[in-house]
Design a protein around this ligand. Structure first.
Ligand SMILES: O=C(O)CCC(=O)C(=O)O
Length: 700
């Protein structure tokens, strides 16, 4: 027999708890509630039992976990599947009715096909069958003898000032164990059974996992529980009984104590014990819980449970800036999953996950300099003068000779603004203190580049896919980046500021604008595979001009109209709810339904239709149309040494841009004018620029 669990059986006043659906109690409640298909059972709180050990890896945030574990790369949902296989599974608050967990066996629902009801509880909204992607991938992993990594979530809430940790336990009751963290890596498990249960009027899939390594006591076992029996003393003879259904001739296992049922949803005998619906209080058959599969060397995991990324880093620049080097690691001291927040490495008490206890571990690499040869495939082989792209899909640039040796290309977006691309070349790049020297210089400085949390991210805690640091006036847009004063700026930064001031002036004056000297410089650093997604740099505290200087790897910059201006309405929340109409539709050139929208706007402006009439007409116009992203208007290849100046407030208001570098290391240094109003004296002080004559750039 398998070792008996030492789980404390918890009883309610009414009797044993029959299900493991956990509801978050309201603040003032002092009891834990467990629902059994609508029936809420209340039992008194009791002290938490200590667990036997420590998880091999853990995190308080989902992002950290996913960043460090290759077998659990899903920031949402309970299952990580890829290419048709299930690799990782989260056992969290909503395992469904009859969830079960002991030291070696876990039974839970497969997830998916659910919506949240008004209380935030998951409800099956449609039948989950063998065609469901999650069900298919779990069955494929089972058939392929692929072990699945399990993560135990802590369902915690503050109960009378103490954190409760509730785990579903043996015979469907609830274990109150001190699960140490929000996410706790358990172990590798084999999938032993996948079947369907009726839930209300629908049916959904369930899975039984069995721990692969039976020799070691599980860390989540109760502290004082007995050690597991040695393998040679285990009972591998007990088997789950399989019975053939007379209706569909398919075998189903005997899973429930109360009787055998056909578990094929399409069979008329499905979910019936002797032709009658089963009792609501179903429990698992002891054999189904106690059966253990004999060791099978063919069942293996596809990954390491806790990858040792650090041991693979040799300190060379090409390794430390590669894609895998900005993955998370598992702290070798405290086993916390840590993201690579810092340019030079990892720090266990980084501030990417707020409110965590700290551990002194940090791993900062020396970061050897990367040569231009390593990041530019066509270094020394690239054309001295680049042909101007004239793909009719995109806006065509106008070239002028006013800034030679730069090729000066200007894209005019009617009624919106202009984008000026200063295309560099070998002559410019190789000059003393030019882009080639600056690429080396900037790598030598410890600029304090860091990844920050994206404030508006759909998935809380997402970090930017680039490192950033700000100099000069504070710039708090998109991410809040602590600003350092220009008086602390290294030489290379001041020289870049000189260049960007030159480019800003040239671009702005040539389109009749007024030049505001930049007083802020944001440095972005990209490793292999990093990028900046679509965003705008518009903010009322910023001037209308933004100038960017590129160093290192080539990148593609794309500029497109924002969704709402292209479509005339905000994004639909879901297929049924229409997006909100723009209050004041600018009807930009090349927006969707441009002529129709313009005609309606003209009628409205001329007072021929009321505001309701205008809205109804627009709603009719957009009816049944799927909104879509605007096509790319301007596409630019940004090369080492190039500068781009975006000018016009409306450009940031109506358009957005993204940049995707192509190789291992790139820096983008972006200068803006931040309006000094509302800033403190100290903040204004940071933005004071005094370039030496040598740092002022003359365009050569
Ligand atoms: O990497 C780049 O060139 C883009 C920089 C950028 O978009 C920004 O700083 O807002």
């Amino acid at each position: 027999m398998a070792p008996s669990t030492a789980a404390t059986r918890r009883k309610t006043a009414e009797g044993p708890v029959k299900a493991g659906r956990i509801l978050k109690p309201k603040k003032e409640q002092t009891t834990i509630k467990v629902s059994s298909e609508g029936l809420e059972l209340v039992f008194p709180d009791q002290p938490l039992e200590e667990v036997y050990g420590e998880p091999p890896a853990w995190s308080e945030g989902r992002q950290q976990l996913c960043d460090a574990l290759p077998w659990f790369q899903c920031t949402q949902g309970g299952m990580y599947h890829n290419g048709g296989f299930c690799y990782g599974f989260l056992i969290d608050a909503d395992g469904g009715t009859r969830s079960y967990l002991d030291e070696e066996v876990i039974i839970t629902r497969i997830g998916g096909c659910c919506t949240k009801d008004s209380g935030g509880n998951l409800k099956l909204e449609k039948n989950q069958d063998l065609g469901d992607t999650l069900v298919k991938s779990i069955i494929t992993s089972q058939n392929s003898k692929l072990a699945v990594g399990l993560v135990l979530g802590k369902f915690s809430w503050d109960l009378r000032g103490m954190i409760s940790n509730v785990v579903i336990g043996r015979n469907n009751d609830v274990l109150a164990r001190q699960v140490p963290h929000r996410y706790n890596v358990m172990d590798w498990f084999r999938i032993t059974n996948v079947w369907f249960e009726k839930v209300g009027e629908k049916y959904g899939a369930k899975v039984r996992f069995e721990k692969l390594g039976l020799t070691k006591k599980s860390w989540w076992a109760a502290k004082d529980s007995p050690l597991p029996l040695p393998i040679e003393k285990r009972d591998f003879e007990t088997k789950v009984e399989f019975i053939r259904c007379q209706g569909c001739s398919t075998e189903s296992p005997r899973i429930y104590e109360q009787g055998w049922m056909c578990l094929q949803p399409e069979c008329s005998a499905f979910w019936k014990i002797e032709n009658a619906p089963p009792p609501t209080e179903l429990t698992f058959h002891p054999d189904f819980l106690n059966v253990r599969s004999p060791p099978d060397p063919q069942i293996r995991s596809a990954h390491s449970l806790v990858p040792d990324l650090l041991s693979t880093l040799d300190g060379s620049a090409s390794v430390s800036t590669s894609r895998f080097a900005w993955k998370g690691i598992v702290c070798p001291k405290c086993h916390k999953c840590i993201r690579r927040t810092f340019w030079r490495g990892w720090k266990c008490d980084d501030d990417s996950d707020l409110g965590q206890e700290s551990c002194p571990f940090q791993m900062f690499m020396k970061m050897e300099e990367l040569s231009l040869r390593a990041v530019l495939d066509d270094f020394e082989l690239s054309p001295i003068k680049r042909p101007i792209p004239n793909d009719p899909k995109y806006s065509i640039a106008q070239e002028d000779m006013s800034c030679l040796p730069y090729q000066k290309l200007t894209y005019h977006l009617e009624g919106v603004g202009s984008i000026t691309h200063f295309v560099s070349n070998r002559e410019i790049n190789t000059r003393d203190n030019g882009p080639d020297d600056l690429f080396v210089g900037i790598q030598r400085e410890d600029l304090g580049l860091k990844r920050f949390r994206i404030k508006s991210s759909l998935v809380a805690g997402t970090l930017t896919s680039h490192f950033a640091v700000n100099y000069g006036m504070p710039y708090k847009y998109v991410v809040s980046v602590d600003s350092k004063g220009f008086d602390e700026a290294p030489e290379a930064i001041s020289r870049v500021l000189g260049r960007l001031s030159w480019a800003t002036e040239k671009a702005v004056l040539s389109c009749g604008g007024s030049y505001l000297p930049p007083n802020e410089l944001l440095i972005l650093g990209y490793f292999e595979g990093m990028k900046i997604g679509f965003h705008d740099d518009g903010e009322s505290s910023l001037g209308p001009t933004i100038a960017t200087f590129s160093l290192g790897a080539k990148a593609t910059m794309s500029v497109r109209m924002k969704y709402k201006y292209f479509n005339g309405a905000t994004r639909k929340v879901d297929a049924t709810a229409a997006g909100t109409l723009l209050q004041d539709d600018p009807v930009l050139k090349n927006c969707d339904l441009e002529n129709e929208r313009r005609a309606l706007k003209e009628k409205f402006d001329a007072g021929e239709i009321s505001s309701e009439g205008y809205n109804t007409a627009r709603q009719d116009l957009f009816k049944g149309r799927r909104g879509k992203e605007a096509p790319i208007s301007v596409k630019m290849e940004l090369h080492h040494g190039d500068m781009v100046v975006m000018h016009g407030e409306n450009l940031q208001k109506y358009y957005e841009h993204s940049v995707a570098p192509e190789n291992k290391m790139r820096f983008a240094l972006t200068a803006r004018f931040v309006k000094p109003d509302h800033l403190s004296k100290e903040e204004v002080q940071k933005g004071l620029v005094s370039l030496t004559p040598d740092q002022i750039y003359d365009g050569k």
